[in-house]
Design a protein around this ligand. Structure first.
Ligand code: IVH
Length: 680
């Protein structure tokens, strides 16, 4: 393809992909399959690589990030980012309404909107292109987080439609929908990182990350709710929202024009009812005077507009009695205290249990069975005990003595120094740990044996057929067929008998057989090494290629692998130092489970045995592309510079620490061009 053809094709692909992004992320109405979308994106990626200077400013390839910001530039807001006055009751709302009526003696309307519980953002567009994204900061100046915000697919890089001002600002809220938040937190827990308390914290943390490629992986979304600029021709807030929507922004459908305070209150009440069903968190309602002329008449106080106010939902809270504390044992042996409560209605559901997290929290709250406790369901999904009504405490109550032995197998619990969690070390004989490990092994992201569910695994375990994951591969039709379990039996009454029929037994065996072709990286995740989640398993599998080399890796070597720190490395070494684990792995291997990465057709062996550390931003390739190139030419990637490193491949804006370390250890520092020379 020549330059002219490429120019045209790049424009076409850019527009096409942006359009499909819009349909998918803003309208939630995709028109093409993910596969077709990926094909378009891949073609654009290729062309931009061949003709880097032709890449357009609104190219969707920016959505995957890559730019690293060492320090966020501070930017003074053209229009200060004000806050809103808060109200908590109908009477306070009525005061607000009264103040407005004093200034405006004609008919007026309110617009009610959701108050999104996220992080506010100010977006600047110039000639239809996103040029800057700044956080609220102190309201006067905030941080330039443009590179990170560009990765959020529901924020247009280039506007659609027409009629937009040549320069303007849009204000909105960046949020992390609950479902994405849950999955994201789960992954963090798996790799031993502290989970975020709520989606707002996760959003704020994400926007402040230095590597935008990491931000691109986080499930961020947004809603916009205000338009600012000079000489705008829009007469009302509702018109602004409609215009914003037509230019490709995501606005909320939960918006209502109200002609009286009663209408406003109705909207508040209705929203209160659906609040827990929304896919994201809100903490109230924002009420705004609709007409711009009337807003101008009302003006601002030092901190907030007089024409708008928020109504905050109370964090729903109830008082109930703490009946007792249970202790649950997870698959890793972690023991979690759970409160049993006198059942109570809270935020639309009956709550019977609440999380108590760990021993430290129990001690800090000094919560005791029999206490009247405050239970809240705020931004978090699981209700939690937030306090104790000490005045109602029974005189004879005693502080909780955290259990010393496992509630399931009576083994003495252990605590790793500096950690709040107690573990049961009896991993081979403690039933919930064994069942938990089996359930993890067969789960979708692991070996994906969907013909076996939780219940069936339990049956196999209870009947003594499987004690560890390797036993699954020894199951036969004879062992399964006719296997029975009585469920729902109560005293004096027979329960229902469940037994495996022909088909069930066959399906189970088939599912187990199929799992033998699950790739090595998922096998590595499935065996359940503490702190080795999906992502870490992938990195390890790609680095070590097979189970043997991973099991022989020492601590020092492991920590040089990307994303592997002391904690994960320590856990891996400890895992492989246990003969019983090695034996189990040998049995899995014997059964035909994949223990190595498939042979990738390497392009060459030019970098064979060479260890690279790739750092900074590159002009021809993305960092991930460079790492892939290293691998397909036989080399290895490491995350940090050590004496084992052969080359530091230095891009722009590389961290000075890495360079210093490389110089100290006399590691060769090479440029992107030099690297390309090595492989071409
Ligand atoms: S309007 C002049 N509308 O609430 C104030 N704000 O306390 C303009 N927020 O910092 C804000 N949803 O982060 C507005 N529909 C909405 C909102 C909203 C959430 C946040 C925003 C702002 C804070 C004000």
């Amino acid at each position: 393809m020549n330059r002219d053809e490429a120019t045209l094709r790049i424009r076409l692909l850019t527009d096409d992909i942006n359009h499909h992004n819009y349909l998918y992320y803003v309208m939630a109405q995709p028109e093409i399959t993910d596969y077709d979308f990926d094909m378009l994106l891949e073609e654009l990626n290729r062309l931009e690589k061949d003709f880097p200077d032709l890449a357009l400013p609104d190219s969707p390839t920016q959505r995957v990030g890559g730019q690293v910001t060492r320090e966020f530039r501070s930017v003074v807001h053209t229009y200060p980012m004000l806050s809103l006055g808060n109200t908590y009751s109908e009477s306070e709302l009525s005061d607000f309404d009264g103040r407005i009526r004093k200034t405006i003696d004609e008919q007026f309307e309110y617009i009610c909107e959701l108050k999104f519980d996220g992080v506010s953002i100010s977006l600047t567009y110039q000639d239809g292109l996103l040029v800057q994204a700044v956080t609220r900061g102190d309201g006067v100046q905030g941080d330039d987080v443009t590179a990170n915000v560009r990765t959020i697919r529901s924020i247009p890089l280039k506007l659609r439609g027409s009629g937009y001002p040549s320069q303007f600002e849009v204000r909105g809220e960046i949020i992390m929908p609950r479902k994405g938040f849950d999955a994201f937190n789960e992954e963090r827990i798996e790799i031993g990182e502290a989970p975020f308390a709520n989606p707002r914290n996760a959003t704020a943390g994400s926007l402040k990350m230095q590597d935008s490629a990491e931000v691109a992986k986080r499930p961020l979304d947004n809603f916009v709710y205000s338009l600012l600029g000079e000489n705008l021709s829009l007469r009302s807030h509702l018109e602004s929202l409609k215009a914003l929507n037509s230019w490709g922004f995501k606005t909320s459908e939960h918006t209502r024009l109200c002609s009286s305070l009663d209408d406003v209150v109705a909207f508040i009440n209705e929203t209160g009812l659906i609040r827990s069903n929304l896919p994201y968190d809100i903490d109230g309602i924002v009420i705004k005077v609709n007409l711009v002329a009337q807003q101008q008449l009302l003006g601002f106080t030092a901190k907030s507009p007089r024409w708008a106010i928020s109504y905050k939902f109370k964090a729903e809270q109830v008082v109930t009695k703490l009946l007792s504390i249970d202790y649950q044992v997870g698959r890793t042996g972690a023991v979690t205290p759970v409160a049993n409560l006198r059942p109570v209605q809270l935020a639309g559901t009956v709550v019977k249990r609440a999380s108590l997290h760990n021993a430290d929290i129990i001690e800090k709250l000094d919560v005791r069975p029999g206490d009247q406790v405050f239970v809240e369901k705020g931004g978090e999904i699981i209700p939690k005990i937030i306090g104790v009504d000490y005045s109602k405490r029974d005189l004879f109550s005693e502080p909780v003595a955290f259990i010393t032995n496992c509630p399931e197998c009576d083994t003495r619990l252990e605590r790793i120094e500096g950690e709040a969690v107690w573990y049961c070390p009896n991993e081979d004989n403690c039933p919930p740990q064994i069942k938990g490990k089996l359930e993890h092994f067969i789960s979708r992201k692991a070996m994906n044996i969907d013909s076996l569910g939780e219940g069936k695994v339990e049956m196999l375990f209870d009947n003594g057929l499987v004690k560890n994951v390797a036993d699954l591969y020894d199951l036969t039709y004879e062992m399964l067929f006719g296997l029975e379990k009585v469920i729902g039996g109560v005293e004096g009454k027979k329960g229902k008998k469940l037994s495996f029929k022909e088909k069930t037994a066959e399906n189970i065996l088939q599912g187990i057989e199929r799992s033998k072709s699950v790739p090595f990286e998922r096998v590595l995740y499935a065996i359940g090494i503490r702190y080795v989640g999906e992502t870490v398993a992938k990195k390890l599998a790609r680095h070590y290629k097979n189970m043997d080399s991973l099991s022989n890796a020492g601590l020092e070597e492991l920590i040089t692998v990307e994303e592997i720190g002391d904690k994960i490395a320590g856990s891996i070494v400890a895992y492989f130092s246990e003969p019983k684990h090695l034996e189990m792995i040998a049995r899995l291997k014997e059964a035909g489970v994949m223990m190595e990465q498939p042979e990738t057709a390497n392009l060459s062996d030019k970098l064979s045995g060479r260890v690279f550390v790739v750092s900074g931003v590159f002009s021809r390739f993305s960092r991930d592309q460079i790492k892939l190139l290293i691998e397909v030419h036989g080399g290895k990637n490491a995350g940090s510079v050590s004496k084992n490193t052969d080359y530091l491949l230095a891009g722009e804006k590389m961290g000075p620490e890495k360079r210093k370390k490389a110089e100290q250890l006399s590691v060769a520092i090479i440029t992107e061009e030099e690297f390309i020379g090595m492989i071409s």
